[in-house]
Design a protein. Structure first.
Length: 280
């Protein structure tokens, strides 16, 4: 009978003890969710900077004959456009030089989504290899921007808090007219600071999300060689030698002719002096 009477009391106590625990857990979970939502809304979440944030830069250099250089550059640009604007964007494209002289250089600048930048670089290498291009370099560099993101997010959060306080002062209209006018001015200034901080934070986040990729192109002699290339080289050497000899001849003439004229003049004057006493 004692056990039967104490059983309900024990169950009731357990329910009362468990009830507050479940309610506290639900409150904590709800509060955590609200804080995360507010952080995402304000752009001040700390979860994005829990891991090192790196801004990547990729660089590739390919060498191939001048007539194929521009074609490879166009194919690489088309390959970027096929990925879509969310994955790859062309930020610059340039080509300089003459194809006839086989002296052409080019550059293609792109912004590629970091999550598959290395895979896209492999596609560029495969495309160049298919055209017989020689890869001269492949570089990857990083810039650690975690501190910049943390500072920007903290500054933005503080400015947003100050803005909310100033809005509350303006809403309640507590204080004198001068204080309200000053609060309005401060509110406008703080809003400008918030916009600038958001812009800086967005740019830094963009550097992390999109990697810079620069592809350089250099022209080389055709792989199969050129039959007249040695002849043109020999003719160029002959022209250089003849030009050097002509320069030497001009230099000797410029220096030697005045000296020869002076020597002949002295000899003529000496003969005149020797002939004058004999006549006397």
């Amino acid at each position: 009978m004692l056990a039967a009477s104490l059983g309900p009391l024990v169950l009731t106590a357990c329910d009362q003890a468990g009830g507050p625990r479940r309610e506290s857990a639900e409150q904590i979970e709800a509060a955590t969710t609200d804080m995360a939502a507010e952080s995402v809304e304000d752009g001040s979440s700390d979860f994005s900077t829990s891991l090192p944030q790196l801004a990547y830069e990729y660089g590739f250099t390919f060498a191939l004959p001048g007539e194929d250089l521009r074609r490879l550059q166009r194919q690489h640009a088309t390959l970027c456009e096929q990925q879509g604007p969310q994955s790859c964007v062309i930020s610059g494209l340039s080509t300089h030089g003459s194809i006839d002289d086989n002296d052409v250089t080019g550059e293609l600048q792109m912004l590629v989504a970091t999550r598959h930048a290395r895979a896209f670089g492999a596609l560029l290498e495969e495309e160049a290899e298919g055209m017989g291009a020689e890869q001269l370099s492949a570089d990857i560099s990083t810039d650690e921007v975690s501190r910049q993101l943390t500072d920007s997010e903290a500054y933005l959060a503080s400015r947003i808090e100050l803005r909310d306080r100033l809005r509350e002062v303006r809403r309640t209209r507590s204080g004198s007219v001068e204080e309200l006018v000053q609060a309005e001015r401060e509110l406008a200034a703080v809003q400008q600071e918030i916009d600038a901080a958001r812009s800086t934070l967005s740019q830094t986040q963009g550097r992390v999300a999109m990697s810079r990729m620069t592809v350089s192109y250099e022209s080389t002699a055709p792989v199969g060689g050129d039959f007249l290339a040695p002849v043109r080289g020999a003719m160029g050497s002959v022209g250089t030698i003849l030009g050097t000899l002509l320069a030497i001849a001009i230099l000797l003439a410029a220096v030697g002719l005045p000296l020869l004229g002076a020597a002949l003049g002295l000899r003529w004057a000496k003969r005149r002096l020797q002939g004058a006493p004999a006549e006397a």
